[in-house]
Design a protein around this ligand. Structure first.
Ligand code: IMP
Ligand code: MG
Length: 186
């Protein structure tokens, strides 16, 4: 069974309770507005599915595949995404949804691209925020949980594309990192 060595940082119940509160706030802030949710894939997929179903206002959903980790434990600093996948968001209120705000490199790059398309407004919503790692001046308007500087997996977040299926947020263990680095995983 996977996950034996991964300590739970945030339980399923705590996530659900917080996601409800975030959704209520977003619903209130955007009622009567033309909302486009732009979700960064794949990390936000589970958060997005839960959040979206709790926002009962008309909205469009767009997704953008993005990667910056390329299999490691630290951001590579290079954010890859296909700009032509960006939807037409001129005059729309855009809410970016991502799993985690870490260094902020991803949010900074995507934000710059979106702003060129002249949306009516742009805000970000992340489930997790590693505040100690984030570059100054980068922030998300909606944050689920502030977390310490640990590599976490589950509820959509991965390590080398695995462990997205844990229903809670867990801290990746040294044992699992060693296991995935072993020759049978190469
Ligand atoms: P940033 O560009 O450094 O802010 O990193 C944002 C992206 O890195 C997130 O969307 C995640 O895909 C990934 N990431 C950052 N920290 C973690 C982590 O602790 N676990 C899994 N993925 C992470
Ligand atoms: Mg991501």
């Amino acid at each position: 069974m996977i996950g034996q060595n991964e300590k739970i940082l945030i339980s399923q119940d705590a996530i659900q309770e917080r996601v409800c509160k975030l959704a209520a706030q977003i619903t209130k802030d955007y009622s009567g507005k033309e909302l486009t949710i732009l979700a960064l894939m794949k990390g936000s997929v589970i958060f997005l599915a839960d959040l979206l179903r709790l926002i009962p206002i008309p909205l469009r959903l767009e997704v953008l595949p993005v990667s910056s980790y390329h299999g490691g434990l630290e951001t590579s600093g290079i954010v890859s995404f296909a700009e032509h996948f960006l939807p037409d968001i001129f005059n729309h209120h855009v809410l970016l949804v991502d799993d985690i705000l870490d260094s902020g490199t991803t949010l900074k790059a995507i934000t710059a691209c979106i702003l060129e398309k002249k949306p009516a407004s742009l805000r970000s919503c992340v489930l997790l925020h590693k505040k100690v790692k984030t570059q100054p001046g980068i922030q998300a308007e909606y944050v689920g949980f502030e977390i310490p500087d640990a590599f976490v997996v589950g509820y959509g977040l991965d390590y080398q594309e695995y462990y997205r299926n844990f229903p809670e947020i867990r801290v990746l263990s040294a044992e699992t990192i060693a296991l995935r680095a072993s020759p049978q995983h190469q």
